[in-house]
Design a protein around this ligand. Structure first.
Ligand code: DOR
Length: 440
């Protein structure tokens, strides 16, 4: 099957220009094809931008075990609609993904239910070093250096030292300091308003844990990726001169701050907590000047009923995978950043950080994971039209300009906006991601 996408404004790694991209089966075979090149399907993309599919390297898709909140079928459909063609999923499912066997089971599950490409981290526990050493079909190791949803927590120093020194896969971590959180709970434990969450999981908690993880990575010369940076102080630690360390930020830490608790309540209760408007500004600055290189969602759905429980019982996490590209393209439309930067943060950089094979760029030989976006299209996010199983968004009611209108996964069209109505072809599954493992 050959598809010719012609007259698209293509965001290439080194330039953006109008071009004709030819796909054969699952691969990009030409990036400057003749306008009349033979193809089984021709897509006239005049006026639209063609981007490499997004890679979201931090999602919680809840399968197995928590499928009342989300599952791979719903979440991967939401990905297709949002222009996300590959995801890397976190291990805090039930059971947790903490053995090679469970990793394999998750991969098998995804091979039968994910409409986009998939990969799964292996989670660290205080006693699964051998599993971490033996895992292969994974981008890397996830450590919860601070507790969050689920019971995966490793904050004992000796265990952390051993994980950083005796494993070779890249490591990423959730950095919030447990001791600081415990102290803050003593101080703010009787508060019943959700804004207290940002006092309990405060700036110090984030900073202490991030510094601790950076110290481990540097001493053991271990490749390390800092997940969801939430404070100006952490951004000031970047880029680390060692070059070993990369970092990412999530849309909720760019767009929400503590002033939004009044409007959104527990919908924006997240770990790490959202911080201040000054942190929003500093995180944007760190993205724009290249200290933070990745934007990922930390898509972490809970049902609305769960979120409506009073604080502190309401769980932490929000869904975002379906709207993350539009949220960032809206910033392009508003002049804050360029479309090339968005492609860098959401596709090229995650492919580089996790050494994904044939992903993250529109080049001959790359996988045909592609998304067409319409930078003129304005739409309003509506809970009633969310594909994620929890069917709500903290951005409900927000109008955004710049939306994905067509998505291909390995050359297969999975989503198209047809007369403003989403159409899905869910007849084929995505593929397991492969890694050019470059352990440092
Ligand atoms: O708020 C969060 N919720 N942060 C995380 O890191 C995990 C997530 C979840 O799984 O619910």
């Amino acid at each position: 099957m050959k598809i010719l996408i012609k007259n698209a404004t293509v965001v290439f790694p080194d330039q953006t220009c109008v071009s004709n991209v030819l796909v054969e089966n699952s691969t990009i075979v030409a990036v400057d094809a003749a306008e009349h090149a033979r193809a089984d399907m021709v897509v006239n993309a005049r006026g639209l931008h063609l981007l490499p599919g997004l890679i979201d390297d931090q999602v919680h898709f809840r399968e197995p075990g928590l499928t009342h909140k989300e599952d791979l079928a719903h979440a991967s459909k939401a990905c297709a609609k949002g222009g996300v063609t590959s995801f890397l999923e976190m291990p805090n499912t039930n059971p947790t993904t903490t053995t090679v066997q469970r990793l394999q089971e998750k991969l098998e599950l995804a091979s039968r239910s994910s409409f986009v490409n998939y990969g799964f981290y292996i989670g660290a526990t205080p006693n699964n070093l051998v599993e971490l050493q033996n895992a292969k079909r994974t981008p890397g190791i996830k450590i919860f250096i601070g507790s969050s949803t689920g019971d995966l927590l490793v904050d004992d120093q000796d265990t952390l030292e051993r994980i950083f020194s005796e494993t070779s896969l890249p490591i990423c971590a959730h950095c919030e300091d447990e001791a600081t959180i415990r102290d803050n709970l003593v101080r703010y434990g009787d508060r019943t308003d959700v804004a207290a969450h940002s006092l309990v999981r405060d700036h110090r908690a984030a900073m202490i844990a991030t510094q601790r993880a950076i110290d481990l990575a540097v001493r053991h010369q271990h490749r390390f990726h800092i997940l969801h940076v939430s404070t100006a102080a952490e951004a000031a630690l970047l880029p680390h001169p060692s070059g070993l360390i990369t970092a990412e930020v999530c849309p909720h830490h760019l767009f929400f701050n503590i002033d939004d608790y009044e409007r959104l309540g527990a919908l924006i209760k997240m770990n790490p907590s959202i911080k201040t408007a000054a942190d929003n500004a500093a995180l944007w600055q760190a993205l724009l000047d290249g200290r933070i290189t990745v934007v990922a969602t930390d898509h972490a759905p809970h049902t609305l009923e769960e979120k409506q429980q009073p604080y502190p019982a309401c769980p932490s996490g929000l869904p975002a995978v379906e709207n993350s590209l539009a949220l960032m393209l809206n910033q392009v439309a508003g002049g804050r950043c360029t479309i090339e930067q968005v492609v860098g943060w959401m596709s090229a950089a995650p492919a580089q950080v996790w050494q994904l094979d044939k992903k993250g760029s529109i080049e001959v030989g790359s996988d045909a994971d592609l998304v067409l976006v319409d930078m003129q299209l304005s739409q309003t996010i509506d809970n009633a039209h969310q594909e994620t199983k929890c069917r709500w968004s903290p951005w409900h009611g927000q109008q955004l300009t710049g939306w994905p209108v067509r998505t291909w996964v390995m050359g297969h069209e999975v989503f198209r906006l047809d007369d403003l109505k989403p159409r899905f072809d869910t007849s084929r599954w995505g593929s397991e991601i492969s890694y050019r493992l470059a352990a440092v």
